[in-house]
Design a protein around this ligand. Structure first.
Ligand SMILES: NC(=O)c1ccc[n+]([C@@H]2O[C@H](COP(=O)([O-])OP(=O)(O)OC[C@H]3O[C@@H](n4cnc5c(N)ncnc54)[C@H](OP(=O)(O)O)[C@@H]3O)[C@@H](O)[C@H]2O)c1
Length: 290
């Protein structure tokens, strides 16, 4: 009987790249940590001494001349208004082929400015649809919006997304502002909505922190319903039920500013309901929410 030849297990080797990240703030820090964990060659160019210290504490290397020369990707993790400046700062030190990529949701690729665009190198954007409020936050499970001046860079950005366990979408340059407004509505303005909800409970006499802790699971369950059942089937609340008296009582009870947020979002809910409520209920709700 012949010896059984053990089949060699094929292990998929993930592609790794040499990356320099300019800026060591929230997103720069989170990217550096995640890519280091994925065994990419990552080095950073922080600005302040404080950022240098935080990078050192996280065990992230500072970029030297060789890192810049050999970088296969340079990510600009700086505030939107600093993208052109930061790009110009590293332009001379990078190889002429190194792609420069910003992380902004609002900016188009024109934001790199004339000198950088005229350098002819590939330019791109990698916008994580994630609320990163600390470098320890993860990108996993989120979506990254990609844009690039050539297909090779687009492929590289897809590899970056896969390494960070992210999905990808592509945003047309002309729709950038509307796209980013949607992202802001889903993140920062969701926090502002939570503040309005907490203010309502405070108006009822409850403590602020206690109110937030009570409302956060409710907000999560509403998002869970949306994820599982979609917009109209995931909807709950008096507008969805067509409870005109309760909606009127809410409007009477709320402080003016919170009341206007409630009114606006209730009108949006009503639009989501379509024709599913009786015509007279729809009319009554429209009237009190106008
Ligand atoms: N935070 C998010 O949730 C999020 C999500 C998606 C996309 N983004 C995008 O990610 C980018 C960075 O945002 P962030 O939230 O990480 O901002 P951040 O926490 O304020 O960090 C920005 C970092 O840039 C550094 N910096 C500022 N000007 C610089 C310059 N001229 N050259 C080099 N470094 C400079 C600052 O350094 P020092 O602190 O050392 O002064 C700071 O650490 C922005 O384009 C933003 O739109 C953010």
């Amino acid at each position: 009987m012949g010896r059984r030849v053990k089949k060699k297990k094929k292990t998929k080797v993930a592609k790794t790249l040499r990356v320099v990240i300019v800026g060591y703030g929230r997103v720069g820090g989170a990217l550096a940590r995640a890519l280091k964990k994925a065994r990419w060659s990552v080095s950073v160019l922080p600005r302040s001494q404080d950022s240098v210290r935080r990078a050192a504490l996280a065990g992230v290397r500072l970029a030297d001349h060789d890192d810049l020369r050999g970088a296969q990707l340079c990510l600009l993790a700086v505030p939107d208004a600093q993208v052109a400046n930061a790009a110009e700062l590293v332009l001379e030190d990078l190889s002429t082929q190194t792609p420069l990529v910003h992380l902004s949701g609002a900016l188009t690729l024109a934001a790199f400015g004339r000198p950088v665009i005229e350098s002819g190198r590939p330019l791109g954007s990698f916008h994580p649809l994630a609320a990163i409020s600390d470098p320890s936050d993860s990108f996993a499970g989120h979506t990254a919006s990609l844009a690039a001046t050539n297909e090779t860079l687009l492929k590289t950005l897809r590899v970056l997304a896969t390494t960070l366990s992210m999905r990808t979408i592509e945003v047309p340059e002309t729709g950038r502002a509307a796209y980013h407004a949607g992202a802001v509505l889903s993140a920062g303005l969701l926090v502002a909505l939570a503040d309005a909800a907490v203010a309502s409970l405070q108006h009822a006499g409850l403590e602020r922190e206690q109110s937030l802790q009570a409302l956060l699971p409710l907000m999560r369950s509403a998002l869970g319903g949306l994820a599982t059942r979609g917009f109209s089937k995931g909807l709950t609340g008096p507008v969805a039920r067509g409870d005109v008296a309760v909606v009127q009582a809410h409007l009477d009870a709320l402080p003016a500013e919170v009341g206007s947020v409630y009114r606006l979002l209730s009108r949006r809910t009503l639009a989501l309901m379509g024709e599913s409520l009786p015509a007279e209920t729809m009319l009554a709700l429209k009237r009190i929410l106008a």
